[in-house]
Design a binder for this molecule. Sequence first.
Ligand code: SAH
Ligand code: SF4
Length: 365
Amino acid sequence: MTTNLMGMDRTALIEFFQSIGEPPFRAIQVLKWIHQQGVIDFDQMTNLSKSLRERLKSVCTITVPECMTKQLATDGTTKWLLDVGVGNGIEAVLIPETTRNTVCISSQVGCSLNCTFCSTGKQGFNRDLTAAEIIGQLWHVVHTGDKQVTNVVMMGMGEPLLNFEPVLAALRLMRDDCAYGLSKRKVTVSTSGLVPKIQVLRESVDVALAISLHAPNNELRDVLVPLNKKYPIEELLTACKAYVGDDPRLHVTIEYVMLAGINDSVTHARQLITILQGLRSKVNLIPFNPFPNTEYQCSDRETIERFQHKLMQAGLIATIRKTRGQDIAAACGQLAGLVKDKTKRSLYLQRKMIPITLNTESKLN
Ligand code: SAH
Ligand code: SF4
């Protein structure tokens, strides 16, 4: 297989250029062409000599997943369906808001963790994405979209920490000033709680952390997020405390999907308040996005607001993720893409008329 420069972070690219006898500054030039200028054709890299361009063409490629469709919602939310081969597709979503434009990125095709309220989990796992396919999503949004990207969230399909090295390369590119140059608070990794990797993440790259908690006790979390049986809440929250350390400016986002009659009572709110003591956190309550054949329903607005109010009374920061737009399907936990299933059929799960959930944090008092 030919080397693909697309998914290489600065260090890997420098090593590659050294391996072909070229100095490190060539790597920086190519990094800027690909990620800042959106140029993936060697012939357009005008500050490289003709002979170097020819040489590069013979030893490597720059390949991004091809865009199959691009859909625009009336509220400006845009969804790219990208081809990642043999019947698989992934979706990258751009969510424009007044003060920021957030891109939601996938790390795997499907997911093996089988959270009961998640459509991706219900599809099962197909494969890990390569670093090129992960950063390729951002590349498309930045270079074929019409909005300045300010934030990236790894909240699409898949569990990022289960595909660690490729995700890490992509995160480093997002942070690199010669690539996308996003600051550490503008790049968020969301995990369902792979405890050992949370520590490794912290040591490897500076990004914000979001935890898919969804339940305030192990009994319930074992059901909603089966990974909890391996890494229970106490261990997860200890890892979160270590992640933010002593830095008062850092916090962990706690994601909590609101499921009617399951995790949304006042007792649950009280339990949540207790377990979050001592952790600098912001709770983001996510209205559940339904999908075909799900057993769950979203809590009603009154219940969500009551839950939020309880948390805020106890001094926690709690926001409700805003839902808007109904004309293209791009909601959290619903990114289905194009997944080749075990019977070798290609499924494109149409999820029309499902509201899009945004990362807007609306504070209701
Ligand atoms: N695997 C990672 C990242 C992808 S999921 C994780 O679990 O954190 C991104 C977020 O969407 C998670 O908080 C997830 O719990 C949430 N989510 C999944 N299914 C959902 C649904 N049907 N409605 C609302 N949020 C959902
Ligand atoms: Fe996987 Fe996250 Fe969905 Fe759980 S919520 S199944 S970890 S994508």
